[in-house]
Design a binder for this molecule. Structure first.
Ligand SMILES: [Zn+2]
Length: 136
């Protein structure tokens, strides 16, 4: 695409491009013979077209989207719920006294009981209740 100077019948030369508004570009062409100038103002769709034509718009290049890494990392963490529940030192020591082959099962039973009852802290008392209920 070229603009012709009507009076000189000369192809006009690209002089400058500005981005007066978001998405729009004004491009100035001038005739090298008579110094006649015209300006073309584009709307956002036409700006895409102009960019596709390879007109570089000085200083108004849109930076690439910043990576949304933080968002992705935070969404990846699946809430297990287990880390909300705290074991008191006494409770932990008591769990250690349980035969090791029973420990995982006992721990699961205690945690599920705590979750069901909204208990945030496992104490030996909580373990007693679970023991009574499960017979462990
Ligand atoms: Zn001219």
């Amino acid at each position: 695409m070229k603009f012709l100077c009507v009076s000189c019948d000369e192809p006009m030369k690209f002089i400058k491009a500005d981005a007066p508004e978001e998405g729009s570009v004004s491009i100035v062409f001038g005739c090298s013979k008579c110094n006649n100038q015209i300006a073309m103002l584009t709307n956002p769709q036409e700006t895409q077209l102009v960019r596709a034509m390879g007109v570089s718009i000085g200083g108004s290049a849109v930076p690439p989207e910043p990576l949304t890494l933080t968002k992705g990392l935070m969404a990846r963490r699946e809430p297990s719920g287990d880390d909300e529940i705290v074991w008191t030192q006494d409770a932990e020591e008591r769990l250690k006294k349980v035969p090791s082959f029973v420990q995982p099962m006992a721990k699961r039973a205690i945690i599920s009981y705590a979750k069901e009852n909204g208990i945030k802290e496992i104490t030996p008392q909580v373990m007693d209740v679970v023991k009574e209920k499960t017979g462990m």
